[in-house]
Ligand binder design. Structure first.
Ligand code: 13P
Length: 253
């Protein structure tokens, strides 16, 4: 059975005190209520990983992630953080290829494929993001765009490696806009991504890959999205900054 995941990507938000308060509140809820094959992931800015680790350590079903990493193991890359460093401070997941990294930091298919390799080599799980911009959705080329992103950065992986990757479909036009893809649009794209994996590898392998939806997920729409056959959870931005909203979204899974 595929893992269900609700991950909160804080992006560049929260000071130390806010990070501590939010993590404590989420930790209590997960400790009391999350069971089975569901995992909750808190993905704070790098500087809060070590302090939040003290709160989440030992809590079943709760893990830490990072929002990015460098593709090299180490060296003269001022300001960068390697996958090995993240693993050493307790991260289990690393987001790779968020649309904000693609857009504002020029990350392309090639560098993202190296980042995926770096995360896997450090025994962590990449949360690989893909998703089309509004113009592609409007001209109907969203499947080609997403296929390219997935094929160029993931399809060099072996059949045993690919199930260790989590994919997050985040249509760019739905991120931070309050405009969510309909459950039907999201399900259609998730099924398409799974089909791509089945064609490249096989159905059994494709059925093992968790595919999350991201883009204006809120307590009010999470239930309908998560009920879709190929939607295995969510990557949550804005709503992960409010403990009440985030915990309500966790309940929806
Ligand atoms: P919002 O939930 O704020 O739309 O952000 C989604 C996202 O980018 C998560 O990575």
């Amino acid at each position: 059975m595929r893992k269900k995941i609700v991950a909160g990507n804080w992006k560049m938000n929260n000071d130390r005190e806010e990070a501590f308060k939010l993590t404590s509140e989420v930790t209590h809820m997960v400790e009391d209520e999350v069971k089975g094959n569901t995992e909750v992931v808190i993905i704070p800015p790098f500087v809060h990983i070590s302090s939040t680790r003290k709160l989440v350590e030992g809590i079943a079903h709760l893990h830490l992630g990072a929002q990015n990493c460098h593709e090299e193991k180490g060296g003269a890359y001022t300001g960068e953080i390697s996958a090995g460093m993240l693993q050493s401070v307790g991260c289990k997941y690393v987001i790779v290829g968020h649309s904000e990294r693609r857009e504002f930091f020029g990350e392309d298919h090639e560098v993202l494929s190296k980042k995926v390799d770096a995360v896997l080599a450090s025994d962590m799980i990449p949360i690989f993001c893909c998703g089309e911009k509004l113009d592609s959705r409007e001209d109907g080329t969203q499947n080609e765009v997403v296929a390219q992103q997935v094929e160029k950065s993931l399809f060099h992986l072996s059949e045993t490696q690919i199930p260790a990757v989590v994919i997050a479909y985040e249509p760019v036009w739905a991120i931070g806009t309050g405009k969510t893809a309909s459950a039907e649009q999201a399900q259609e794209m998730h099924a398409f991504i799974r089909k791509l994996i089945a064609e490249k590898y096989n159905q059994d392998t494709a059925d093992k890959v968790s595919i999350l939806y991201g883009g204006s997920v809120k307590p009010g729409n999470a239930g309908e999205l998560f009920a879709q056959e190929d939607i295995d959870g969510g990557l949550i931005g804005g709503a992960s900054l409010k403990s009440r909203d985030f915990t309500d979204i966790i309940k929806a899974i």
